[in-house]
Design a protein around this ligand. Structure first.
Ligand SMILES: [Zn+2]
Length: 91
């Protein structure tokens, strides 16, 4: 299911995400980010990086921090979303 993720501070769109399964959205895995293209490309380039070397996911309009990079136990990189920093809507 596709979700649009918004900044809860200014309501600017941040990204489009393809979520697997049901339940709450806690993480955005790099390989499931659909838009914007610049972020998709940046995530692709960082696939082999350590999370500490990757910039936080910030709102392009107000620069609020939406998520911080992490590596899931299965090895995939993701942004761990900050509770309260984002809103989502089915796209
Ligand atoms: Zn914002």
């Amino acid at each position: 299911m596709l979700f649009r993720i918004f900044c809860s501070h200014c309501l600017h769109g941040v990204l489009l995400y393809q979520k697997d399964g049901k339940g709450h959205l806690h993480r955005c895995y790099f390989n499931r980010i659909v838009e914007p293209e610049a972020l998709v490309q940046a995530c692709r380039d960082k696939e082999r990086s350590q999370p500490a070397g990757i910039c936080a996911l910030c709102c392009p309009a107000c620069n609020s921090v939406i998520g911080v990079p992490m590596r899931h136990s299965d090895g995939r990189l993701a942004f761990r979303l900050r509770p309260g920093a984002f809103a989502k809507k089915p796209a």
